[in-house]
Design a protein around this ligand. Structure first.
Ligand SMILES: Nc1ncnc2c1ncn2[C@@H]1O[C@H](COP(=O)(O)OP(=O)(O)OP(=O)(O)O)[C@@H](O)[C@H]1O
Ligand SMILES: [Mg+2]
Length: 258
C-alpha cells in the first residue's frame, strides 16, 4: 500500500530534445506532493516518467531511476503495463470512455486485469464511486453514458476509474483546470481523503490549490528557453509559500514571473 517514490538522476527526452534534466527527489507515502512551475518547464513530462507513460510518446526516452519502494520501474524485467496499474493517472481534461456507461467506465480497468464475478464487480464499482464522492449523484443512472455527466462529475468518474484498480500512487496533471470553483473544491476535498490510502502527486498552476492540498511542494524552472527543466527546490508546502530557500521560487509564487 501507498509506496514511497525515490527518483534519482532522471533525464527525459523527446528525440534529441532534453525536456528535463537531472531530477532527484523523494515522494513520501500517504502524502500529497504538488509540482509547480512555469509552462514548458517539464512538469507533465516528469509526471509521465513516474508511470512509464513518457516512453509511449514517439521519441520519448528516459534516463535515471524511479524506485517504487525498492523496485526500479525502469529495470529491464519490469512490465510497463503493471507499472501503469500500480501508478494510476488522472488527466487535465476529464476523459471518460464516451460510449461506455458510468458503471463500465469504472469497471473498465478491472475487466482488463482479470475476471470478476458480477457481485464482486458491483461492490468494487460502488466502493470506487463512493471513494470518488460521486456515488450519490450517479447511483440511479449507472447504465447511462459517462459522457452525460457534468465536467466535475466526469473528473470524479475518472478518479473512480483510476482508484478502482487499487493503485498505490495517483498522478494528477492539472485535474481541476477545466472545472468550475465548486467542482474544484470537491476534487480538492477528495484529494485530502484519498491521501489516507494513496501517494498523490499533483501538477497545478493554481498556487492556492497547491497551498491547500499538498504537504510538500516542488518548484521546477527553466534556466532559459530551450534548456531542460530542472527541480529548483522541494520542501514542506508551508515553507515554500512562506520562506523558500531560492529567490526564483519566491519570484514565481509571488507572481513576479511565469
Ligand atoms: N510530445 C512532445 N513532443 C516533443 N516535445 C514535447 C512534447 N511534449 C512536451 N514537449 C516539450 O517538452 C517540454 C516540457 O513540456 P511539458 O508539457 O512537460 O511542460 P509543462 O511544465 O507540463 O507545461 P504546462 O504547464 O504548459 O503544462 C516543452 O519544451 C515541450 O515543448
Ligand atoms: Mg503540463
Amino acid at each position: 500500500m501507498a509506496k514511497r517514490i525515490d527518483i534519482s538522476g532522471l533525464n527525459a527526452f523527446y528525440g534529441s530534445h532534453k525536456a528535463i534534466e537531472d531530477i532527484s527527489m523523494t515522494v513520501e507515502p500517504r502524502s500529497v506532493t504538488a509540482f509547480i512551475g512555469p509552462s514548458g518547464c517539464g512538469k507533465s513530462t516528469f509526471l509521465r516518467t513516474l508511470n512509464r507513460m513518457h516512453e509511449v510518446t514517439p521519441g520519448g526516452r528516459v534516463e535515471g531511476k524511479v524506485l517504487l519502494d525498492d523496485e526500479n520501474l525502469y529495470d529491464a524485467n519490469v512490465d510497463p503495463v503493471t507499472v501503469r496499474r500500480t501508478v494510476g493517472m488522472v488527466f487535465q481534461r476529464p476523459n471518460p470512455f464516451p460510449t461506455m456507461s458510468i458503471f463500465d467506465n469504472v469497471a473498465a480497468g478491472l475487466r482488463l486485469n482479470g475476471s470478476y464475478r458480477k457481485s464482486e464487480l458491483n461492490d468494487i464499482v460502488e466502493r470506487s464511486l463512493r471513494g470518488a464522492n460521486l456515488w450519490n449523484e450517479v447511483k440511479d443512472r449507472l447504465n447511462k453514458p459517462g459522457s452525460g455527466l457534468s465536467g466535475g462529475q466526469q473528473q470524479r468518474l475518472c478518479i473512480a476509474r483510476a482508484i478502482a484498480v487499487e493503485p498505490q500512487v495517483l498522478l494528477m496533471d492539472e485535474p481541476c483546470s477545466a472545472l468550475d470553483p465548486i467542482s474544484t473544491l470537491a476534487i480538492e476535498d477528495l484529494i485530502g481523503e484519498l491521501k489516507e490510502r494513496f501517494t498523490i502527486v499533483i501538477v497545478t498552476h493554481n498556487m492556492q490549490q497547491a497551498a491547500r492540498v499538498s504537504d510538500r511542494t516542488a518548484f521546477f524552472n527553466l534556466a532559459a528557453v530551450g534548456k531542460p527543466g530542472r527541480l529548483i527546490e522541494i520542501d514542506e508546502t508551508e515553507r515554500i509559500f512562506s520562506n523558500p530557500s531560492v529567490q526564483a521560487t519566491e519570484d514565481y509564487i509571488s507572481g513576479r514571473f511565469g
